[in-house]
Design a protein around this ligand. Structure first.
Ligand code: URA
Length: 437
């Protein structure tokens, strides 16, 4: 088999076989197929597409290109959740203990933030001593013992995807549905969970700006998961404005704690309850969504979800007293209100710009080796549909550097559109794709 022939085949619009896709993925992972040939193949795929079978073969080949995590040592159904990423997305922090408090095991691999979106691991590092660099045995033991663990993604998990994604990133071949779906699902399949709940975001802060694209991606990923023998659900949710009010690592941890105490923002609480319901259903811990939702609400009201979070923080080396005293979280030196320059309704928020404001303040990473400032960020006081008077507070900005604060503030004000009319507020949960649909 020659890579040259496979590139020509795809370029001409023909279908690649399972053996050809495995040859290509394995050869590329081992370094036998050079980047320039793989780049040409990715561009051919970009223009010609891949059918359902080809996408599944690609996903499986990438999933098997490194370690496949074996979770069989954990009793019961193991459920994972994945978000396609957004601004203020602290969902794993609140959702995982809520679900674990209902008796469902969550073994989660998470990443760090890059660009305008934040990462769960960075947020968790707001707890002094906390580590996600735990070994596989500790990870399994913790899930068995307390029902949850969150671990940093290891280098050996789907290495083909890691290499291929880096190449796609510099060859303008990221935004192809088959390539995105196989990239995300290869990592999820290698992570070993029995069931997966996907949170597919859409809007100005999401990867998929258009709702129709988010639905198509969700369909593609659920099909891949279910065809690979994992019960997979997808929830399509709004990312046309930041999730909740907090954007920035320690601020988001505080908001997750508030939510675990039952007084989190409405949209964020709704997302946790929706995703959590499908996680409970997937694990067979509830028979209906309503029943699952009630279990999650009870876990919060009884204080079990917050206690589970504290148990988890402690099990991974963190200071659990911070969970009950969030005032001990990292705090920025400056807190300043951003005042509205106009009167009217907030009709649009350019969501990715809010993520970039946090990045400018030092809360995100521009390259994978950047140091981040856990204390900085923004707390939104007004969101879409809210009425604001001239001079009223739109958000509080937290910074450690006056110059960065001024740059971020200017950008923040430009990201808000304030109009006389209220405009339409689209639904927050846009749809759900069930395993059989
Ligand atoms: N996230 C991934 O992991 N892969 C993609 O291709 C796009 C987003």
């Amino acid at each position: 088999m020659r890579m040259y022939d496979l590139i020509m085949k795809k370029r001409n619009g023909d279908t690649l076989s399972k053996e050809e896709i495995e040859f290509m993925v394995n050869g590329f992972t081992r370094g036998e197929i050079p980047d320039y040939q793989m780049s040409a193949m990715m561009m051919a795929v970009y223009f010609q597409g891949m059918n359902e079978e080809e996408t599944l073969y690609l996903t499986m080949a990438m999933a098997h290109s490194g370690d496949m995590l074996d979770l069989s040592g954990i009793s019961g159904v193991k459920v994972d959740k994945h978000s396609t990423g957004g601004v203020g997305d602290k969902t794993s922090l609140a959702l995982t203990p809520m679900v674990a408090a209902c008796g469902v095991k969550v073994a989660k691999m998470s990443g760090r933030g890059l660009g305008h979106t934040g990462g769960t691991i960075d947020k968790l590092e707001s707890f002094p001593g906390f580590s996600t660099e735990i070994d596989e045995q500790t990870f399994l033991d913790n899930v068995n013992r307390i029902g949850m663990a969150i671990m940093g993604q290891t280098a050996d998990l789907a290495p083909a995807d890691k290499k291929l994604y880096a190449l796609r990133d510099v060859t303008a071949t990221v935004d192809n549905m088959s390539l995105i779906a196989s990239s995300i699902m290869s990592k999820k399949l290698a992570s070993g969970a029995d069931a997966i709940v996907l949170d597919v975001k859409t809007g100005s802060g999401a990867f998929m700006k258009k709702e129709a694209d988010a639905f198509a991606l969700a369909q593609e990923m659920t099909k891949l998961g279910n065809n690979a023998g994992r019960k997979t659900y997808a929830v399509i949710s709004d990312m046309d404005q930041p999730l909740g009010a907090a954007v920035g690592n320690a601020l988001e941890v505080k908001e997750a704690i508030d939510t675990l105490q039952g007084h989190g923002p409405k949209d964020f609480t709704e997302l946790c309850l929706t995703l959590g319901s499908y996680m409970l259903l997937a694990a067979g811990a509830a028979n209906t969504c309503e029943e699952a939702r009630e279990q999650l609400i009870q876990a919060v009201e009884r204080g079990d979800a917050l206690a589970k979070f504290a148990e988890f923080v402690e099990a991974q080396g963190g200071d659990k007293t911070v969970v009950f005293h969030p005032e001990k979280l990292p705090r920025a030196a400056i807190a300043e209100e951003i005042l509205s320059e106009q009167e009217g309704y907030v009709s649009h928020i350019q969501c990715d710009e809010i993520g970039i404001c946090s990045l400018i303040l030092g809360g995100g990473r521009e390259t994978k080796d950047s140091e981040i400032d856990l204390s900085v960020g923004l707390l939104l006081r007004k969101k879409k549909g809210d009425f604001v008077k001239k001079g009223e507070c739109l958000a509080v900005i937290y910074a450690n550097d006056r110059e960065k604060l001024e740059i971020a503030k200017k950008r923040f004000l430009k990201a808000y559109t304030i109009t006389k009319e209220m405009g339409e507020i689209p639904p927050f949960i846009k749809g759900v794709i069930l395993p059989q649909s």
